[in-house]
Design a protein around this ligand. Structure first.
Ligand code: NAP
Ligand code: ZN
Ligand code: ZN
Length: 350
């Protein structure tokens, strides 16, 4: 029998977020049922709710930074048991057979990976995310929350953490590397913390001079205001790697120019059309412009363990379910240098 579920979501691209009653599927043999304690709010939740990427389905319960406790498992589940502290990120299913799934890159599954919310799953049902009291997920897409991590603080690691850890790792960030992070928000502040833990000297590129203190507090050694053309020109050829978390289309050249020869700028924020950029800037510098999508399941567990080992946790502001609408407005303005996390367990369910 499907179970009754409660969440907060939207019923169309122009709707405001509100309480929604819905149902979760019955447990399949390889499913884990999770009572959700906290869920982070990612900027992607706004993009998805507003159908910015033209792939959203409604009604939609957003949320892909999910933590909670296992309440039940199907008979074939091997790795989890009742009472385990677990987490779910941006993906809930994939074929598990193709080269990408086998290689731990489920995001790029040849049959298509299933996002945690807002899309039809492999069985034709709409997926619903973590702004809700519980979720049912096949065990391959569940991670273990290390004991030393606080549940509320672990939540944002499941998207902001992995989306920044993955490119920092892939581009081999090491002691003394010069890394810049564009945009000090949920992803950006995690990129600073993780890059610093990998030994990099980190600079924040921000449109908000008032975030300078917050940037230094999370581990940056320098702050560059990206609208200050003189300061940007003076920083030419300074960085080995730029992690660009800006959530909207923006000029690429002013950032690419900051790369040292052989440097790479990794775009993780803007999924839309970007303005054209100069081939000259790339060629005369062996520079690269790259992209990076979240991270696979093995790497997500590795990131959680890395954060536990290095004591890396996001800066969070915990809110209740009835404050999500307000949080979305603040996030939409790019005003906060940290992450909102919904205290799902402690919120009124009505
Ligand atoms: P966020 O908390 O809103 O942070 C984005 C930051 O970008 C803002 O704090 C702001 O920082 C800067 N910014 C905002 N508007 C800007 C503008 N018009 N021009 C220049 N800078 C601007 O968002 P987030 O949760 O970190 O997510 C960032 C983006 O990553 C979103 O688009 C999200 O959808 C995407 N995302 C991608 C993946 C992936 O797999 N690649 C995964 C998760 C999220 P300053 O004030 O410092 O300038
Ligand atoms: Zn996200
Ligand atoms: Zn696959």
């Amino acid at each position: 029998m499907p179970t009754k579920a409660f969440g907060w979501g939207v019923e169309s691209a122009s709707d405001t977020v509100h309480p929604i009653h819905f149902e979760r599927r019955d447990l399949r043999p390889n499913d884990v049922a999770i009572k959700i304690s906290h869920c982070g709010i990612c900027h992607s939740d706004l993009h998805f709710a507003h159908d910015d990427w033209g792939m959203s389905h409604y009604p939609m319960i957003p949320g892909h930074e999910i933590v909670g406790v296992v309440t039940d498992v199907g008979p074939d589940v091997r790795s989890y048991a009742k009472g385990d502290r677990v987490a779910v990120g941006c993906l809930v299913d994939s074929c598990q057979k193709c080269e990408y799934c086998k290689g731990g890159q489920e995001t790029f599954c040849v049959e298509g990976s299933t996002f945690t919310y807002g899309v039809p799953d492999r069985h034709g049902e709409l997926t619903q995310g973590g702004y809700s009291d519980h979720i049912v997920v096949r065990e391959e897409f569940v991670c273990k929350v290390p004991d030393s991590l606080d549940m509320a603080q672990a939540a944002p690691l499941m998207c902001a953490g992995i989306t920044t850890y993955s490119p920092l790792k892939r581009w081999g960030v090491k002691d003394g590397d010069k890394v810049a992070v564009a945009g000090l928000g949920g992803l950006g502040h995690m990129a600073v913390k993780i890059a610093a833990a990998m030994g990099a000297d980190v600079t924040v590129l921000t449109t908000s001079p008032e975030k300078a203190d917050a940037a230094l507090k999370v581990g940056a050694s320098d702050v560059l205001v990206s609208t200050d053309e003189e300061a940007m020109q003076a920083a030419a050829r300074r960085f080995d790697l730029i992690i660009d978390t800006i959530p909207v289309a923006h000029e690429v050249d002013p950032y690419a120019t900051l790369l040292r020869p052989n440097g790479t700028m990794v775009i993780v924020g803007a999924l839309e059309q970007l303005p054209s950029f100069s081939g000259f800037n790339l060629i005369f510098g062996n520079r690269a412009i790259a992209g990076s999508a979240i991270g696979g399941l093995p790497e997500t567990q590795e990131m959680l363990d890395f954060c536990a080992e290095h004591g890396i946790v996001p800066e969070i502001e915990v809110i209740k379910g009835d404050e999500i609408g307000e949080a979305w407005e603040t996030l939409g303005k790019g005003d906060i240098p940290h992450r909102f996390v919904i205290d799902v367990e402690g919120s009124a369910k009505e």
